[in-house]
Design a protein around this ligand. Structure first.
Ligand code: FAD
Ligand code: NAI
Length: 465
């Protein structure tokens, strides 16, 4: 079979690339080995984690928030099998939806493991061991990433788990130790804390979510501690040993010092992810990767003509929407059109309660680049909707570059800020000044008024606080 484009990997990078390629009339095939489309995101990432975050948020609210709103509930209890089932239902529905989209856009879905065997040739090995070879003018590698392991900690996906195991625990652990205070650790740690686990997060650095704006990270830590999550910052885990009843986790200060042990029923290893390119045949055709295994690209092109790479297996944030953008851009380039991703405007959201959302530069990045900037801030405590809804934790911070008078960074914590970041991305794509946001009418009473107020703050005219 001969194609214009063969995509290896059916995650958000791959399947969005396939849809756009189909729309543009390219004869396209997508190869996926896990038996379902959707990649990490739909199967063991974004979607199942958000299903559990949403449900566990309701569970906690029923006991803790409803009474203060005059809603009496009694006998609230956890039906974990049903909570896990509704998560699986969400995954099932959405992965089937992606399959439908492949058919709709006339993309061939080839089940099996893809290996590049030469220029324009991809061999696919099916689950039954049978192989077929696809001939193609172009190849897009979209094989994603996998969790990183930690020496001394053996993962069994039952008591010592990665995010994949943590999405399917069959009972609520009494004590859970999370290694790594990054996005996965804090989201999934929040899920199991809300459902009843005592959660302790061990983080190597002395701050959580290290790449986040410092002020936001500090405020976020305070909120998580208030919710009952415990932290061992500046510590590293050196081993996890199974005992009769559970696990003994050894930790010691990152800078050296006395070791201690912590007891746990479940340990979640969430110290980052690494590109997945095993068995892909990169060496056969000479596709270059860096020391950490990320495929080197220039505008999605690898060093080998006709082979491109996108998403988690290349450089940049490991985010579904970044992979999606790159998938669209590369399909357009292959079809002879323009294709571009603005790496400066890729939002990032942590779906805890409250949520944390940011886009663009942090204050620390602007300082270290020597950029003169102005700051506007607004606390959620002063936002009328946040107060009405009993959701006053958080703030919005807008950063404007003095020289260009453009918004270059927005960082927020608050209920629903993951939705609010979209307006800021649009404004930034249009090169907005803070004043443009400040003079745009926002509906009242909404949380998004906090963005407007923070934007006013850049020019010193916050009105509501
Ligand atoms: P993937 O989604 O990893 O897809 C790659 C696919 O390629 C896989 O299905 C794999 O089976 C397949 N594959 C690999 N090699 C081969 C081969 N040789 N042949 C055939 N198939 C192959 N991001 C967000 O933006 N928002 C979130 O809320 C979010 N939550 C997350 C929660 C968790 C718990 C995790 C783990 C990740 C989360 N992410 C989130 C990150 C997001 O899932 C990834 O950034 C995204 O899935 C990357 O897309 P991708 O297409 O590059 O790769
Ligand atoms: P991460 O990179 O976000 O965080 C890893 C954390 O572990 C860091 O704080 C790091 O300092 C710490 N760490 C590293 N080694 C350590 C050690 N030995 N001991 C203790 N701490 C250690 O990685 P994470 O959370 O695993 O997530 C992987 C990727 O998945 C992220 O890049 C993220 O973008 C993506 N993701 C995105 C989500 C979202 O957008 N909401 C949700 C979940 C994952």
């Amino acid at each position: 079979m001969s194609y214009d484009l063969v995509i290896i990997g059916g995650g958000p990078g791959g399947y969005n690339c396939a849809i756009r390629a189909g729309q543009l009339g390219l004869k396209t095939a997508i190869i996926e080995s896990r038996g379902k489309l959707g990649g990490t995101c739909l199967n063991v990432g974004c979607i199942p984690s958000k299903a559990l975050l949403h449900a566990s948020e309701y569970f906690e609210a029923a006991a803790k928030t409803f009474p203060s709103m005059g809603i009496k509930v009694s006998g609230v209890s956890l039906d974990l099998p049903q909570m896990l089932k509704q998560k699986e239902d969400a995954v099932e529905g959405l992965t089937k939806g992606v399959e439908f989209l492949m058919r709709k856009h006339k993309v061939d879905y080839v089940k099996g493991f893809g290996r590049i065997t030469g220029a324009g040739r991809v061999e696919v090995k099916g689950a039954d061991g049978a192989t077929q070879t696809l001939e193609t003018k172009n190849i897009v590698i979209a094989t994603g990433s996998e969790p990183m392991g930690l020496p001394g900690v053996t993962i069994d996906e039952e008591s010592v788990v990665t995010s994949t195991g943590a999405l399917s625990l069959q009972r609520v652990p009494g004590k859970m130790i999370v290694i790594g205070a990054g996005v996965i650790g804090l989201e999934l740690g929040s899920v199991w804390r809300r459902l009843g686990a005592e959660v302790t997060v061990v983080e190597f650095l002395d701050k959580i979510t290290p790449t986040m704006d410092n002020e936001i990270s500090t405020a976020f830590l305070k909120i998580l501690k208030k919710q009952g999550m415990k932290f061992e910052l500046g510590h590293k885990v050196t081993g996890a040993e199974k005992t009769g009843g559970g696990l003994l986790v050894s930790i010691e200060p990152a800078q050296g010092g006395a070791a201690r042990t912590l007891e746990a029923d479940v340990v979640l290893v969430a110290i980052g992810r690494k590109p997945f390119t095993d068995g892909l045949g990169l060496e056969t055709v000479g596709v270059a990767a860096d020391k950490r295994g990320f495929i080197e690209t220039d505008h999605f092109k690898t060093n080998v003509a006709g082979i491109y790479a996108i998403g988690d297996c290349t450089h940049g944030p490991m985010l579904a929407h970044k992979a999606e953008e790159e998938g669209i851009a590369v399909a357009q380039i292959i079809a002879g059109l323009w294709g571009h991703v603005n790496a400066d405007i890729i939002p990032s959201v942590i779906y805890t309660d409250p949520e944390v959302a940011s886009v663009g530069k942090t204050e620390e990045e602007l300082k270290s680049a020597g950029v003169e900037y102005k700051v506007g801030k607004f606390p959620m405590m002063a936002n009328s909707r946040a107060r009405t809804n009993h959701e006053t934790d958080g703030m919005v911070k807008v950063l404007e570059d003095v020289a260009s008078k453009r918004v270059v960074g927005v960082h927020m914590i608050g209920a629903g800020v993951g939705e609010m970041i979209g307006e800021v991305c649009v404004a930034m794509e249009f090169g907005a000044a803070a004043e443009d946001i400040a003079r745009t009418c926002h509906a009242h009473p909404t949380m998004s008024e906090a963005v407007r107020e923070a934007a006013k703050g850049v020019d010193g005219w916050v009105m509501q606080a």
